[in-house]
Design a protein around this ligand. Structure first.
Ligand code: ADP
Length: 475
């Protein structure tokens, strides 16, 4: 049987460029699908980190004018991933974050940077690279979504299309007067096209035109169809509900394996849970917490953004401290939240510790050493932190929203609370502390969590069914 050829298009890919869960998914799904006879090639921007990582890159396509300058598409293999890299220095050869400049605001030409990614995806999808003709274009998030519109506004036979929404809150909205320069026809600026509340909406365009829309958990797929959570696009999502499904994310269970993990202080498994203790001690040391094995150690690993509810956690810190628990926070983002947690760590030295920054290695130690991982998100499309936590026997304490509602079972594999308020979170922290003190119940939670399948196996099957459904000729 010939493999299904998928051209994935994304602005991040683990292990090369990552600002969030999107990168993890884009890096892991091709490997999970490979066993299902799906061959994925991923088109990514040639940021400096990507260009540095690709060796033996072969030019596949030269583009004379890609929004102002020439560009090339290079093929390379990195970490088992088959990549097409859009080498366009005028758009992507910039240091730091993929989306923002040194002052933290969006690059002013983001419409063209990601318009270019989408436009090249369209070209490749239509066969611009000799000998390569994908069956399906699978675009991820707003940065790739305009490809669906470019494909819709041309009249050649096109591949089937899938758009995965990792977070509806990020939509890629740009001024209407860029329409022509983005190579979109005048009639594209309509409610049935790329227009979104008076702007050009990249994600909106993708939602309008994709053959199938997926999002990263079944509950989030339902939530975004109501106005409270629809970020202005709930009407369109309701109209397209027949092609919208939720497929939860998985994690790479080889990278996240406490039995083999070289980044933690002590390896352990379900049968050797006592070997977690050195990780807790190492974590306490690293975060400046008192080395007290019998104290409940809660932890957070998170972007510090409004979505993540960390302001609510900061409000609940006095209750957590009064209960005698410790808190270790690894995260970065909103400067106000960073200041708040730094101050809390200062005021409660030895009991609250915080490390600001993104640190993959440390994230492994936190998962391996914490007793509980707190995820008080106001909304959460899927969430990966709680999946890693379950695998590492750190009990997830999560808001009952989105993918957190789907992946954690209250009092079986973790603890859930709702709504995301100080009162509800404090009550959850008390429940957590109560369970922690009855050691047998706690160990049962840990054991259930560790036995939960958080791998890509099930979601990869779901994607395979989705892809096959798109390729089956309709009568
Ligand atoms: P989002 O994509 O909204 O940031 P997810 O939970 O889907 O949230 O994915 C984020 C991933 O990145 C998780 O695996 C999380 O543990 C990890 N992560 C978040 N912040 C940090 C950090 N500061 N250091 C290391 N890993 C982090």
């Amino acid at each position: 049987m010939t493999a299904i050829q998928v051209l994935a298009v994304a602005s991040e890919i683990y292990p090369l460029v990552k600002t969030g869960g999107l990168a993890d998914v884009v890096g892991a799904l091709p490997l999970a699908l490979r066993d299902n006879n799906v061959a994925t090639t991923t088109l990514v921007p040639g940021y400096p980190a990507v260009m540095a990582a690709i060796r033996a890159a072969e030019p596949q396509l030269t583009i004379e004018d890609l929004f102002g300058c020439g560009a090339r598409v290079l093929r390379s293999q990195v970490a088992d991933l088959d990549l097409l890299v859009l080498d366009a220095p005028h758009l992507f050869d910039r240091p730091g974050n993929p989306y923002t400049g040194p002052n933290g605001s969006d690059w002013p030409d983001n419409a063209f940077r990601f318009g270019a990614l989408a436009w090249v995806a369209m070209q490749v999808g239509l066969g611009a690279i000799a000998g390569y003709r994908p069956d399906i274009i699978h675009a991820h998030d707003w940065q790739a979504a305009l490809a669906m519109a470019y494909l819709a506004y041309q009249d050649r036979r096109r591949p089937a299309t899938v758009l995965t929404v990792h977070n509806l809150a990020y939509q890629g909205q740009f001024p209407a007067d860029l329409l022509q320069r983005l190579r979109l026809p005048p009639h594209a600026f309509s409610i049935d096209g790329v227009e979104s509340y008076g702007n050009i909406g990249f994600l909106k365009a993708g939602l309008q035109f994709a053959d199938r829309i997926t999002t990263v958990s079944p509950t989030y797929a339902r939530e975004i169809q109501i106005s409270e959570n629809g970020c202005g696009l709930d009407g369109l999502l309701r109209a397209r509900s027949a092609v919208l499904t939720g497929i939860r994310n998985g994690i790479d269970v080889d990278v996240w394996n406490p039995e083999t993990d070289a980044r933690i202080a002590s390896r352990f498994g379900l049968a050797t849970l006592s070997a977690r203790a050195p990780n807790k001690a190492a974590l306490q040391r690293r975060f400046g917490l008192r080395d007290e094995p019998d104290r409940l150690l809660c932890a957070v690993i998170s972007r510090m953004a409004w979505q993540k509810g960390l302001d609510v956690l900061a409000d609940a810190v006095p209750a957590l401290v009064a209960r005698g628990a410790q808190l270790a926070l690894l995260g970065s983002g909103d400067p106000e939240l960073e200041r708040r947690f730094t101050a809390l760590a200062h005021d409660h030295a030895g009991q609250i510790g915080c490390v600001l920054g993104h640190d993959e290695d440390l994230a492994h130690l936190v998962q391996a050493g914490a007793d509980a991982i707190l995820v008080p998100s106001r909304f959460e499309p899927c969430g990966l932190t709680q999946l890693c936590a379950m695998r590492y026997g750190a009990v997830p304490v999560v808001a009952k929203v989105g993918g957190l509602a789907d992946t954690v079972v209250d009092l079986a594999t973790g603890i859930q609370f709702y709504p995301v308020t100080r009162d509800a979170l404090e009550a959850a922290l008390h429940r957590t502390a109560d369970l922690w003190s009855g050691r047998a119940a706690w160990q049962a939670l840990q054991a259930n969590a560790m036995q939960t399948d958080v791998s890509w196996a099930e979601p990869a099957d779901a994607f395979l069914r989705l892809y096959r459904g798109l390729l089956t000729p309709k009568n």
